[in-house]
Write a protein that binds this ligand. Sequence first.
Ligand SMILES: Cc1cc2nc3c(=O)[nH]c(=O)nc-3n(C[C@H](O)[C@H](O)[C@H](O)COP(=O)(O)OP(=O)(O)OC[C@H]3O[C@@H](n4cnc5c(N)ncnc54)[C@H](O)[C@@H]3O)c2cc1C
Length: 337
Amino acid sequence: MTVLHNVSLLPYNTFGIDVSTEQLVEVKPSGSGSPASRYAHAIEELYEGRMFDRPYLVLGAGSNIVFTKDYHGTVILMSKGGVNASPLGEEATLVSADAGMLLDDVIQWSIEHDLYGIENLSAIPGTVGASVVQNVGAYGVEAKDVVYCVDAYDLKQKEFVTLKAEECCFGYRDSIFKHNPGRYIVINVSYRLFHTFRPNLAYQAITSLPHSSAIELRNAIIDLRWNKLPRPEVYGSAGSFFKNPIVDDATYNALLDRYPDMPRYPGNKLSAGWLIDKCGWKGRSVGRVGVWPKQALVLYNLGGCTGAEVFELSNAIASDVKTKFDVALQCEAIFVD
Ligand SMILES: Cc1cc2nc3c(=O)[nH]c(=O)nc-3n(C[C@H](O)[C@H](O)[C@H](O)COP(=O)(O)OP(=O)(O)OC[C@H]3O[C@@H](n4cnc5c(N)ncnc54)[C@H](O)[C@@H]3O)c2cc1C
């Protein structure tokens, strides 16, 4: 295992924050067999190198992370690994991908192998491992809808574990992995995908997208996404910065009385983007951080911003939303210090 010292994290976070880490190591699977046997050597090396004796951060593609300062510890980077398929009954196949693979590469691979059910998540940046930490979602589908099981190393029990989907406690951008920061290193995720393409167009924004094939739907979703969001190669961001808040009946109904044009989602979910827009933040910027003009939920880097500036702007926005609507915004992006 190679340990790199004083490494810039600029290439490792999509917000484009220029900080460094004291140490950086890459976890690579080796050999063949089960995920546990392929990652056993890499985990052993992490113990031998005493990587868990000081602060550590498992990093995917850094697309949901905001570093607020230099990281005084070890960044453990999940290297790419591979993907394979195994039969699962007559209608489905299990697609198992190593944690460091990009989720979007797995989606493309699946469609090329006539396996469906995951296409609505096309072009969500980031890795397979983080897809279950965050329970990523888009256009009416969440990772939890297709995850069959997750292989991880449990640092508390000091053993490899396989968690079935129902054991992962998935919720809205939430999971057992998120609730136990630092406890699990996700090494592999198995998705249950289907042999028949049944487009899921229930989500309002995509009902009229072309869908004669999965690849057509995938391409249409990709176009739709990048029409609304900053392209990472142009402007740094972490995607949606805040979660859509879920409120009680009384708050939801009172808001609907006051704002009959308010977007409505099932389960008393509010649109954080709409709340932020109503506070006048859309398109505004403070210093080197802006609120994306096409989607108020996204904060972006105008060039050379720091994590502290992002933190400041996100606090100002949350405070205005609290004052105007009495609704607390929660960050979807994760601040790391
Ligand atoms: C332009 C843009 C658009 C986006 N659109 C969406 C969207 O539509 N829907 C959505 O849900 N998200 C969206 N996101 C957010 C982001 O893509 C997801 O949260 C993604 O899952 C993050 O993956 P990552 O590999 O970059 O994770 P990172 O940012 O590297 O890490 C995220 C968290 O997961 C942990 N982690 C990562 N890998 C592992 C592992 N192997 N084991 C244990 N813990 C791990 C990290 O420690 C951290 O806590 C968007 C982001 C951007 C920049």
